[in-house]
Design a protein around this ligand. Structure first.
Ligand code: THU
Ligand code: ZN
Length: 296
C-alpha cells in the first residue's frame, strides 16, 4: 500500500480507520467498495451512507497527482449497483493544462470502465467546477443525479447546472453509460485487441471518432481507457486520460508502462494521436503505437 493511502487511513476517525484497514491493505483493493463492503463500513463506523461517502473523500483524494496545483481533490461515484468508485484529480507537468483530469471525471470514468450501468450520486470534497457539471450532464442519470459536498445539503446536478446544454441540443439521444458496442474487425495481438475492445465501447456520438487505449504494464497486465465525448466538446475525456485514471487507481506507477497502443477509426473526423503522444512524452518518453480500424 502506498504512503498517501496510509496517511489518509490515519486521518480517518479511529473507528472508520480500523474498519477500512483490511479492505485498503488487501492486494486486491482497486479503489472501489462493493455494496456489501459499504454496508459493513457503515455498521462498523456508525455513519450513514452520506456521512460515510464524505468521510471517504480523503482516501479518494490520496490518489491525486498534482504537480501543478498541489490541490488534491477526491470524488466518489456511487453506482446503482451499490458499488462506490473512488477518483482523484491528475495533472501533467510539461503538458498543456487542458489535459488535466478532474476528480469527478476520474471517479465517473472509473465506474464506467467497470461497466457500472448508472450513477445515483457523486460525492466530492470541493464544489464541482463548470467543466465537471457539464461532464456529468452527459450521464444517463443526469436528470436524477445527486451531488454531495461537505457542509452542503444534497442537491441535484440540475440545481448546480440550471438551463443545461446537453446531448439533446445536438439531436443526440444516446448518453454516457448507455452500453456501446461499435463493431470493429479483430486483430491477433492481445494488447491491440484490448485497445479495440475499449474503442468499441467508447462514447463518441458527436463525431463517431471512436477510440481506445491499452497500456501494457510490466509485461503481464494491461489497463485500458475509452474516449468519452461531451456535448460541449471541451469537457470530453480523451482515451489516454481514461487509461491513466485506471492505471493510478489500480495502484500502478506510470513507470510500469511498457507499451502503449491507441486504436482509432480510419478516416475519422478527429484524432487522439498527437495529444496522446504528447502526454506520453511528458510522462517520460513513452512511445505510442497507433492502429486504425475499420467498422465491420
Ligand atoms: N479540480 C477538480 O478535480 N475538480 C473540480 O471540479 C475543481 C478543480 C482540480 C483540477 C486541478 O487539478 C485542480 O483541482 C485545480 O483546479
Ligand atoms: Zn471540475
Amino acid at each position: 500500500m502506498n504512503d498517501s493511502l496510509l496517511n489518509a487511513l490515519q486521518r480517518c476517525t479511529p473507528r472508520l480507520g480500523e474498519a477500512l484497514r483490511p479492505y485498503v491493505m488487501a492486494d486486491t483493493f482497486k479503489a472501489s467498495f462493493s455494496a456489501e463492503e459499504v454496508s459493513a463500513l457503515q455498521q462498523a463506523s456508525g455513519l450513514s451512507a452520506t456521512e460515510l461517502a464524505l468521510a471517504l473523500l480523503p482516501l479518494a483524494a490520496s490518489y491525486a497527482i498534482t504537480p501543478l496545483s498541489h490541490f488534491n481533490v477526491g470524488a466518489i461515484a456511487q453506482g446503482i449497483s451499490g458499488r462506490w468508485y473512488l477518483g482523484a484529480n491528475m495533472e501533467f507537468a510539461s503538458a498543456p493544462i487542458q489535459q488535466t483530469i478532474h476528480a469527478e471525471q476520474s471517479a465517473i470514468n472509473h465506474a464506467w470502465m467497470c461497466n457500472e450501468p448508472q450513477l445515483t450520486a457523486v460525492t466530492v470534497n470541493y464544489t464541482p467546477c463548470g467543466h465537471c457539471r457539464q461532464f456529468m450532464n452527459e450521464l444517463n442519470s443526469a436528470q436524477q443525479l445527486t451531488i454531495h459536498l461537505p457542509g452542503c445539503a444534497p442537491q441535484t446536478l440540475h440545481d448546480y447546472l440550471p438551463n443545461a446544454f446537453g446531448p439533446k441540443d445536438l439531436g443526440i439521444t444516446d448518453t454516457l453509460f448507455d452500453p456501446q458496442a461499435h463493431p470493429f474487425a479483430a486483430q491477433s495481438d492481445p494488447l491491440i485487441e484490448a485497445a479495440i475492445d475499449a474503442a468499441s465501447q467508447s462514447y463518441a456520438p458527436y463525431t463517431r471518432a471512436y477510440s481506445g487505449i491499452a497500456l501494457q504494464i510490466d509485461g503481464e497486465h494491461w489497463v485500458t481507457g475509452r474516449y468519452a465525448e461531451n456535448a460541449a466538446f471541451n469537457p470530453s475525456l480523451p482515451p489516454l486520460q481514461s487509461a491513466l485514471i485506471m492505471l493510478q487507481l489500480q495502484g500502478y506507477p506510470v513507470s510500469a508502462i511498457t507499451r502503449a497502443v491507441l486504436v482509432e477509426v480510419s478516416d475519422a473526423a478527429l484524432s487522439q494521436q498527437s495529444a496522446s503522444a504528447a502526454i506520453l512524452t511528458a510522462l517520460g518518453g513513452y512511445s505510442l503505437e497507433t492502429v486504425t480500424v475499420f467498422s465491420k
